[in-house]
Design a protein around this ligand. Structure first.
Ligand SMILES: Nc1nc2c(ncn2[C@@H]2O[C@H](COP(=O)(O)OP(=O)(O)OP(=O)(O)O)[C@@H](O)[C@H]2O)c(=O)[nH]1
Length: 296
């Protein structure tokens, strides 16, 4: 039987469901390893091993960065270089819309010139399924996609079919990773992401995009993880919002993040979180480093 293995980038405008799709495709049981893969061309977010091969989902730098113009981000150079270098692109769209941002994402995809599957997400929201056909037809006229697949990332509809279509587009090759490896990102990276996810959910637009999460300490203490996280904001007012009245807001966010970490790492987690204000001068990387992360 042929084995296939290759790199896949997921692109699409904000909020179209990229993270949901990636999480669904990778499944819930993320057994994270912190070992960096040796010879990969890309920064890998997720590895999915199936009968018949391995799908390597890669990060597309610039495409998820917050802030700035979304339109420019699609066209930035790093993102373009990544797209041009993968084996397959998934262009995520949301039925039945096609916005100007979708148009830009499509342009970036066409410029990259790689085989592309159009994945039409959120079909569960469409009451009138007959409206889907003309939408898919119109998409087919916009570009010669390798396939066009309607899915619901949230409900998992049609994802098995999507997986088969993805695999069929990948080159014949041996698997690059051991079958049980799911990512080359560190647990530290995921700890920061899970906390940032809680902040985004809780504070939404109130949260300035300059807010960053740093993991300053990550220790395995005999099966339990001790994690110290710093949330960096730009102004004291933002610190007050994040902390909330008597610290309730931050406590709630940290508790949720800790539960998510425990589920992901499959072990108890002790999480401590501090919020720190950095002056505008310290947005300069060098200055930030010289500040040190130990004082609080
Ligand atoms: N109804 C429905 N909602 C979905 C589906 N897929 C994703 N969503 C929702 O759409 C919203 C955005 O999903 P994300 O996965 O965060 O989208 P994203 O493209 O990663 O967003 P950015 O990080 O902003 O680029 C979330 O509220 C999801 O729950 C779907 O198939 N059906």
């Amino acid at each position: 039987m042929t084995n296939r293995c290759g790199y896949i980038a997921i692109v699409g405008r904000p909020n179209v469901g990229k993270s949901t799709l990636l999480n669904r495709l990778l499944g819930q049981k993320l057994a994270i390893t912190s070992h960096k893969a040796q010879t990969t061309r890309h920064s890998i977010l997720g590895v999915k091993t199936v009968d018949g091969g391995q799908m390597l989902f890669v990060d597309t730098p610039g495409i998820h960065a917050r802030g700035g113009s979304a339109l420019n981000r699609y066209l930035n150079r790093t993102a373009r270089a990544t797209l041009a270098d993968v084996d397959l692109v998934l262009l995520l769209l949301e039925a039945p819309r096609f916005t100007s941002e979708d148009e830009l994402a499509l342009k970036a995809v066409i410029a990259a010139g790689r085989p592309t599957i159009a994945v039409v997400n959120k079909i569960d929201l469409m009451r009138d399924k007959t409206a889907l056909l003309p939408y898919l037809g119109a998409l087919g006229r916009r570009h010669a996609f390798a396939d066009i697949v309607p899915v619901s990332a949230r409900r998992g509809d049609q994802l098995e079919r999507l997986e088969q279509l993805i695999l069929a587009q990948l080159p014949e090759a041996d698997n690059l990773f051991p079958d049980d490896q799911l990512t080359d990102r560190s647990e530290r990276f995921f700890a920061a992401e899970l906390l940032r996810e809680q902040l985004t959910r809780r504070y939404g637009e109130e949260l300035p995009y300059q807010t960053t999460v740093e993991i300053e300490r990550f220790e395995d203490q005999g099966g339990r993880y001790l994690i110290h996280a710093l949330i960096w904001v730009e102004r004291p007012g933002q610190k007050a919002i994040i902390i909330g009245h008597r610290g309730e807001a931050l406590k709630a966010a940290a508790t949720q993040a800790r539960h998510a970490m425990q589920a992901l790492f499959d072990r108890p987690v002790h999480l401590e979180v501090w919020v720190k204000v950095k002056d505008s001068w310290s947005s300069d990387e060098a200055a930030l480093a010289s500040l040190g992360y130990s004082e609080r």
